[in-house]
Design a protein around this ligand. Structure first.
Ligand code: ATP
Length: 252
């Protein structure tokens, strides 16, 4: 479970995240959408405990991030949009290293690491240095590292970028199965079809505030969307003038 109460982040005078209230219950797969610069990454980094809020409260699995950051972070896996990865470790060593950060080792970790590497077709690369991995292979390894210690909550910034269609499908199935087992996942995406087909509920953030929230059915009802898809709802909230602007640009 993730709880945000009046969560805000200022960069100087600029408000990137503006008093967001949000509860993502246990077992939910929750999507965060919004245009570039809306505040998605800032929000997810605060939930992951790597960026300090200016105001507000974050609770992860019931633990207050500012009162007890070590316990809160022990309940989390985080997949950042621009991950850091040790080039001089092998894939298997990297997963062992991450599990070790969470005080986990031994046969169970080895077994999980093997299963995750096999799931993402990285078995043959398990003993190769990460420096020899392609962009997509690194992404698959980073994703595996968020699951290897079986955290209660996983926070993911743009998970599909760089994945081939097979890996993207595997990731979607993994997200679904993980939440079905009672874990919680919050992720940001620009891929509206992914959000529409995958999420139990979602939020659209614009200028640091939640502008729309709920299931697809809720969004259609609240925004009088009729049978509209998420793309139309999203564009209505965020990008009304896209077509006109394009004509202006090309005629200029
Ligand atoms: P995108 O979809 O482009 O990744 P986003 O929704 O993830 O965007 P954020 O990265 O959270 O957006 O940024 C929100 C706002 O905060 C943007 O206007 C950005 O310029 C600003 N911002 C982010 N980090 C900083 C920083 N370190 N210093 C100043 N401003 C920042």
């Amino acid at each position: 479970m993730i709880e945000l109460l009046k969560l805000s982040k200022q960069y100087g005078d600029f408000t990137a995240v503006d008093a967001i209230d949000l509860v993502v219950p246990r077992g939910e797969l929750f999507g965060v959408l919004g245009p570039n610069g809306a505040g998605k990454t800032t929000t997810l980094r605060m939930i992951a405990g790597i960026l300090k809020p200016t105001a507000g409260t974050i609770r992860v699995a019931g633990v207050d991030m500012s009162a007890d950051p070590i316990t809160a972070k022990s309940k989390l896996g985080f997949i950042p949009d621009r991950p850091f990865i040790y080039e001089k470790l092998t894939g298997a060593e990297f997963l062992r290293f991450v599990a070790g950060l969470y005080d986990q080792q031994g046969d169970e970790v080895e077994h999980r690491a093997r299963e995750l590497l096999a799931l993402f077709d990285l078995e043959e690369w398990r003993d190769e240095l990460v420096e020899s991995y392609s962009h997509g292979m690194r992404q698959k390894l980073i994703i595996s590292s968020a699951f290897v210690h079986r955290p209660e909550v996983i926070v993911v910034d743009e998970p599909m970028v760089g994945l081939d269609p097979k890996a993207a499908r595997i990731l979607k199935d993994l997200f679904r199965e993980y939440t079905r087992r009672g874990h919680t996942i919050i992720f940001s995406t620009h891929t509206l079809e992914v959000a529409e087909s995958l999420c139990d509920r979602l939020a659209i953030i614009v200028h640091g505030k939640i502008r729309a929230y709920g299931t697809m059915t809720d969004l259609r009802r609240d925004l009088q969307g009729g049978e509209r898809g998420l793309e139309e709802i999203f564009l209505r909230l965020t990008g009304e003038n896209a077509a006109r602007n394009l004509v202006d640009v090309l005629d200029a």
